[in-house]
Design a binder for this molecule. Structure first.
Ligand SMILES: *Cc1c(COP(=O)(O)O)cnc(C)c1O
Length: 359
């Protein structure tokens, strides 16, 4: 078996231990004589799987009792519409635009009501997170939307922004379960699972119960949080197999010590890479120091041809998907929970060698 270090931003690496359990259970899940892929989602065995997955997710994220967990489809991008449809009670919402995904979310919200961009960092290609103070938020906004970790630009909110009494909604697709987060500070948290939790096909939504039941009348049934919550995410067929793998990933994270431990591991990996970048005379990290992401590390040489050469040689050395997002170029190393420390060590030592050879 040969595994390589995959720095993809998503879909991305899964823990080897998880893949091995999934492989072992592939054709016969615990003596049922069938794969989880082949099971009715209404069967008692599958009901057990989804229930346990939710329990472990709640435990891992320390989700308070008054929040529902929804296992949905459509990717994080579908939530760009689902959020305004469910939460725009009076028709006003404020958006912080800190990258491409939050810009897309803002655009979708404008279709449904008075969405306002109250802060943006587009002036410097989203290399930082704009400062937010409660007075910037409209007092009658139904919610404030942020993207907590900007996957493409490698930035992250240094802390949960203070939006006063307003409901805070966060896209956490690329940082969920990377460190502990105080769920009670948010009205809604959503995340596509394919970055840090599971294969593609699953979107997790955590929603405070008192926000349910206000969906606009034209809301498609499939996007109505209350209907999904009332039906235990089983109004229709859920992404069964992906939920099962997410469950294995949650168990894996819990077995390693939960999110405190994940944070420790992730900080160590990110520090190794950023410390090298800060001392390098060839590579430069692109995000402002204060807002650096632990999950997506973006860097450049300043020479597009050299960037290309770097990605090519890295690939020849067993490190793949280091090319930056097509909209920004350069390099991006996504080092989610499943990336072992050894993978980052190998990357840094390769970068040192490349730097010496290309001075
Ligand atoms: C990947 C990503 C998305 C888009 O997710 P899809 O599941 O492809 O719709 C949205 N927001 C963030 C922060 C992401 O990283």
């Amino acid at each position: 078996m040969s595994r390589i270090y995959n720095f993809s931003a998503g879909p991305s690496m899964l823990p080897l231990e998880v893949l091995e359990i999934a492989a072992k259970e592939m054709t016969d899940y615990k003596g049922t004589g069938m794969s989880v892929m082949e099971m009715s989602h209404r069967s008692p065995v599958y009901e057990g799987i989804i229930k346990e997955t939710e329990e472990n997710f709640r435990k891992l994220m320390n989700i308070p009792e008054n929040y529902k967990v929804l296992f949905l489809q459509g990717g994080a991008s579908t939530q760009f519409a689902a959020v305004p449809l469910n939460l725009m009670k009076t028709g006003k919402a404020d958006y912080i635009v800190s990258g491409q995904f939050s810009k897309k979310a803002f655009k979708d919200a404008q279709k449904y009501g008075d969405a306002k961009c109250i802060a943006s960092s587009e002036d410097r290609t989203f290399a930082y997170i704009p400062e937010i103070t409660p007075d910037m938020v409209r007092p009658d906004a139904d919610y404030v939307h942020i993207c907590y970790n900007n996957t493409i630009y490698g930035t992250k909110f240094p802390e949960i922004p203070n939006v006063g009494e307003r409901v805070l909604v966060a896209d956490m697709s690329s940082c969920i379960t990377s460190e502990p987060v105080d769920v009670s500070k948010f009205g809604v948290i959503y995340a596509g699972a394919q970055k840090n939790m599971a294969p593609a096909g699953l979107t997790v939504v955590i929603v405070r119960e008192d926000l349910l039941g206000y969906a606009r009348p034209e809301t498609p049934t499939m996007l109505d949080y209350k209907i999904m919550a009332d039906n235990g995410s089983m109004y229709n067929t859920p992404p069964c197999y992906t939920i099962y793998v997410a469950g294995l990933v949650y168990k894996w994270a819990l077995s390693l010590g939960g999110l405190e431990k994940m944070k420790e591991r992730n900080e160590k990996k990110a520090a190794l890479l950023y410390d090298y970048l800060d001392g390098s005379s060839l590579f430069k990290a692109t995000a402002d120091k204060k807002y650096r992401s632990m999950m997506n590390v973006c860097f450049v040489t300043g020479d597009a041809e050299l960037d290309k050469k770097f990605c090519k040689e890295a690939e020849e050395n067993g490190m793949v998907n280091l090319k930056g997002h097509r909209s920004v170029g350069g390099m991006r190393a996504s080092i989610y929970n499943a990336m072992p420390y050894e993978g980052v060590e190998k990357l840094v030592s390769f970068m040192k060698k490349f730097e010496a050879e290309n001075k």
